[in-house]
Design a binder for this molecule. Structure first.
Ligand code: GLV
Ligand code: MN
Ligand code: MN
Length: 415
């Protein structure tokens, strides 16, 4: 593998500077967390900042019909290698999830210019990876992969903030959702794709590795359960005359933990959203909606847990004289990475002399949708105590700089 004398300290300083800049007031809707999502001014500011940086090093920056940002140093359709991630955040997010990946991809593009390598590159920052705007994770990349239907975009996907459709919001922001099928062209000409991301677990920290080379990404099911009870007075209604849907929520939460533990092999299950209607201290709820996030590396195993918990919630509701409806929101299968790209990354990592390991990703990533059409891989860096989707998220720009160097070397070796 050809050596490239990268000044890692300088890369780390630039990456650290960029991350701090993008944590400023213009880029987040909250003073307590990083909160930015599609079609908000803070998200717009973030894309504009990246576009400005990329244009200053000779890239042409465009957006697809709904807002995924694409920057190229070659004309569209010509072969190029893809790098990037997402720069939207969890609603209660930190500085690093997604954004550090795009900033690191930007550093790869900068190094390509500085070292006069002439690599054909395409940086992509996917729209709405986190689902913070519309409750739909990986939305931009699923549109690109055509893993959505027109009805979803026109009607089913609704904004968390105001209930208006994705379509309406996209149009109001100046996009053309009617041309969503053309978004598939974002991946045209890509000969490979590498996404860098914080690990979001603590395997790297605990094993004292600085780099994770992802060989597979866990699949997931996202679903909603609505339990219909009977709203009533919390003080006047005797315990044996109630139809209280929160009890089904409680039983289902405990059962989900039991099922996921029993399934083992990396299976996890979470109830992350709970909506109690009407949500008053002195009223028995009329209904409760809760979300299910069930994941794992083995499709048949976590899918089995999803089927069992759906049946359990319905049975638990019936036993208490109520009804529960289960509806799948979306799902993606576990996704293996490409051996050749992972191999090139491994060879590049070995030349740096820094500790690395292969691993799987428990979190979902846009790379799952890229993998449909393009040979892909991911590079992880440690995050402190594995914490993410939380403002306490922390990661070291020096590790990101190492990742940038490894990605650059791998891409150069694959040309
Ligand atoms: C993505 O942010 C995920 O929840 O896996
Ligand atoms: Mn992410
Ligand atoms: Mn995330």
């Amino acid at each position: 593998m050809a050596a490239i004398a990268v000044d890692r300290e300088r890369s780390a300083a630039l990456i650290g500077r960029d991350i701090e800049h993008l944590s400023g007031a213009a880029y987040t809707r909250s003073t307590e967390a990083i909160r930015r999502y599609a079609y908000t001014p803070e998200y717009r500011n973030t894309l504009d900042w990246f576009a400005h940086e990329l244009e200053s090093i000779g890239f042409t920056v465009t957006e697809d019909a709904v807002g995924t940002m694409v920057a190229r140093n070659r004309p569209p359709g010509e072969p190029s290698f893809g790098v990037g991630s997402h720069c939207d955040s969890n609603r209660n997010g930190g500085k690093y999830d997604g954004t550090m990946g795009v900033v690191t991809a930007l550093e790869v593009c900068r190094l390509n210019v500085e070292h006069d390598l002439g690599l054909p590159l395409q940086l992509i920052s996917f729209l709405e990876e986190e689902g913070s705007g519309f409750g739909q994770m990986l939305l931009g990349s699923r549109i690109i992969a055509q893993r959505v239907g027109e009805d979803d975009l026109r009607d089913r996907f609704r904004a968390v903030d105001d209930g208006r459709s994705f379509w309406e919001h996209a149009e109001a922001a100046g996009y053309e959702p009617a041309r969503w099928r053309e978004c598939a062209a974002v991946l045209d000409g890509l000969t490979g794709w590498i996404e860098m991301h914080i690990e979001q677990a603590r395997v790297l920290q605990d094993t004292e590795n600085r780099i994770g080379l992802v060989d597979a990404i866990a699949g997931y099911v996202h679903a909603d359960v609505v339990v219909y009870g009977r709203g009533d007075h919390a003080g006047a209604t005797p315990m044996d005359l109630r139809l209280d849907p929160t009890l089904v929520l409680a039983e289902t939460a405990i059962e989900l933990e039991r099922l996921a533990r029993a399934a083992g092999r990396g299976t996890v299950g979470t109830i992350g959203e709970v909506e109690v209607d009407p949500g008053l201290i002195n009223a028995i709820a009329s209904s409760v909606r809760f979300s299910l996030d069930i994941r794992g590396p083995l499709d048949e195993v976590y899918r089995g847990v999803a089927a069992e918990i759906a049946a359990f919630a319905q049975r638990a509701a019936e036993e208490r004289g109520m009804r529960a409806d289960y509806a799948e929101r979306q799902a993606l299968p576990a996704t293996p990475m490409d051996d050749r790209i992972v191999g090139a990354l491994e060879a590049a990592a070995a030349t740096t002399g820094e500790p690395y390991r292969r691993m799987h990703s428990g979190a979902a990533h846009d790379t799952m949708c890229v993998a449909d059409r393009v040979p892909t891989a991911m590079v992880f860096v440690p995050c402190v105590d594995g914490i993410s989707h939380h403002p306490a998220e922390d990661a070291d720009p020096a590790d990101a700089a190492l990742a940038a160097e490894i990605i650059l070397l791998a891409i150069a070796s694959l040309q």
